[in-house]
Design a protein around this ligand. Structure first.
Ligand code: NAP
Length: 524
């Protein structure tokens, strides 16, 4: 039976690609669901339409008006939530609470930017900091301003967050007045496509403001012109291709890359096996390994504990992991569903084998049977805890990100060695520190800040308040230096920077006074 080909939305109209297209599967049942194809699309027409019509229409609105549009998108998505959960179960293989991270996480982020944007009111561009005097006479000054770029924002997204991955980027782009063209990862493109369809059908956005191309990425980067921007989330290998494309390398297209990351968790050397910090670390590691079957770019991959606590930590984490039931997300009692595809299943198995060349197996969940799923068909991987008593001698453990329910426990001798081992990840999205000592937390944050986009400190006083090591919250920066791609997203209104151009206006005070309400002071 042939499954339907999902249409693309480009140049203001629904267009079905030519050919048979690429199939999308249910990763638990192995059945084909729908197909996608970008073959035969006139990309040049679509990009020009978005750039010219979508861009002009969005820029004609104020930040406040665009923020109101984001609020309307939230309402439409809320109304259709049930359909999104069904698609996520079928195409992403996730249990309800994991689908929520993606679906409700995306809607929450949109809502956050709707509120932040409303506060910018009637303005059409931003004032960056105060004026600076440039001559002895204060009449000649410089004022930095930020104006929306007159191009499109192309998003090339990863498979693990088909909803959040779109909205966390589209919210600041649309709020900035920049039209969006999204290319979701093929294996999970259905949810993104359906959300865009609902928003388009609701007629909220001006024509050309939001487009979607599903299927092959061929030719997309070739369309980019100097004032366009591209935001990529995915593997470091594809990131390198994007970065070296002539659009970026020769035409100066602004480029944001979010890539692999070997994130860490660190237990205070002063912790004991019966301390609250120890228990908090154990719970967070288990949560990070199992939420979305470990398919989170921010998930904990390396766990550093003082050598004296290595065995106790291994036992405590293993005991909790043993309670994780894995299988069909439709079955009651299943806590962890599948990876997104059988290809990812093979990649994760190969990754575990690679890590094992330097690590011992502390817990292997694959001994337990899958619930209501055929192990020969389903892309279900049970949690695996590996361990190394000599992480200083390891190479692979600090370099290879296995994108599944896998983490490696590591023993450290002294805090300076722990810091050095964490830095061997060569730049990560996030590290978390577990301690009851505020001074230790503050010191660690300053020590490891330069190699991380985010430092998440979990102490007993905020045990019930904190947002979680791996949860990306819109008010905090998301991104990381080095191997994590060097990108920056979110961080409240900081996210608007990427979609604006900064200009120094050097003029008389009288001229600088003319903007009035068209400009607003920008406080990220
Ligand atoms: P991927 O294979 O690099 O694919 C990412 C996206 O790039 C997909 O949309 C893919 O399309 C597209 N693509 C592939 N080849 C391309 C090319 N030559 N030119 C332009 N686009 C191309 O990565 P993935 O396997 O989907 O994602 C998993 C990785 O993403 C993990 O390593 C994870 O760490 C990383 N990730 C990072 C973050 C973060 O925020 N830092 C978030 C999530 C995931 P097709 O699907 O059609 O091939």
């Amino acid at each position: 039976m042939t499954t339907p080909l999902l249409p693309n939305f480009l140049a203001g109209r629904w267009q079905t690609g030519t050919g048979a297209g690429l199939p999308l599967f249910d990763p638990v049942l192995g059945t084909e669901l729908v197909r996608v194809s970008s073959a035969g699309l006139d990309l040049a027409e679509g990009f020009a339409f978005a750039r010219e019509q979508g861009g002009a229409a969005l820029r004609a609105l104020s930040y406040g008006q665009r923020a109101a549009l984001l609020g309307q998108i939230v309402e439409v998505l809320q109304k259709n939530r049930d359909a999104y959960y069904e698609i996520a179960t079928a195409n992403c293989g996730t249990v309800t609470k994991d689908s929520a991270v993606d679906i409700d996480g995306g809607i929450f982020t949109l809502g956050y930017y709707a509120k932040q944007g409303a506060a910018l009111g009637d303005a059409q561009f931003l004032l960056d900091s105060a004026r600076i005097r440039m001559a002895k006479d204060p009449l000649f000054q410089t004022q930095h301003i930020l104006t929306p770029t007159r191009g499109v924002a192309l998003f090339i997204n990863a498979f693990n967050f088909p909803s959040w991955g779109l909205w966390e980027k589209a919210a600041p782009a649309l709020l900035s007045g920049v039209p969006v063209i999204v290319k979701p990862a093929t294996s999970t493109a259905w949810l993104t496509q359906r959300m865009v369809q609902d928003v388009v059908d609701a007629g909220i956005l001006p024509a050309g403001a939001l487009s979607i191309v599903c299927g092959s990425s061929a030719g997309l980067m070739d369309q980019l012109q100097p004032f366009d921007v591209v935001s990529f989330t995915g593997s470091a290998d594809t990131g390198r291709i994007i970065r070296s494309h002539p659009a970026v390398a020769q035409r100066s297209v602004r480029c944001n890359i979010e890539a692999d990351s070997v994130n860490s968790a660190l237990l205070d050397p002063a912790a004991t096996a019966d301390s609250e910090a120890f228990n908090l670390l154990v719970s967070e590691v288990v949560r990070e390994m199992t939420v979305k079957s470990g398919q989170k770019c921010t998930a904990i991959r390396r766990v550093f504990v003082p050598r004296a606590l290595y065995d106790a930590a291994a036992q405590a984490i293993a005991a909790k992991l043993a309670k994780t039931t894995v299988g069909n997300p439709r079955s009651e009692g299943v806590r962890m569903g599948a990876l997104v595809s059988r290809e990812q299943f093979d990649t994760v198995q190969a990754g575990i084998a690679h890590l094992k060349t330097e690590a011992e197996v502390l817990f292997d969940g694959s001994q337990a049977a899958l619930v209501d799923a055929d192990p020969a068909v389903a892309a279900c991987v049970a949690p695996t805890l590996l361990g190394s008593r000599q992480p200083a001698d390891a190479e692979v453990l600090h370099a290879v990100e296995v994108f599944g329910p896998v983490a490696t426990l590591m023993a450290y001798d002294g805090i300076e060695q722990a810091y050095e081992l964490i830095r061997r990840g060569e730049g990560s999205l996030v590290m978390s520190v577990f301690s009851a000592d505020p001074a230790f937390i503050a010191h660690t944050a300053a020590e490891l800040g330069s190699s991380h986009g985010r430092v998440h400190a979990i102490s007993p006083d905020i045990a019930t308040l904190h947002s979680g090591h791996g949860n990306v919250m819109p008010m905090s920066l998301h991104g990381g230096p080095g191997r994590a791609g060097g990108g920056e997203e979110l961080g409240g209104l900081r996210a608007l920077n990427f979609y604006h151009r900064r200009t120094a206006v050097q003029a008389s005070t009288a001229a600088l006074d003319q903007w009035g309400a068209t400009a607003v002071a920008y406080q990220p």
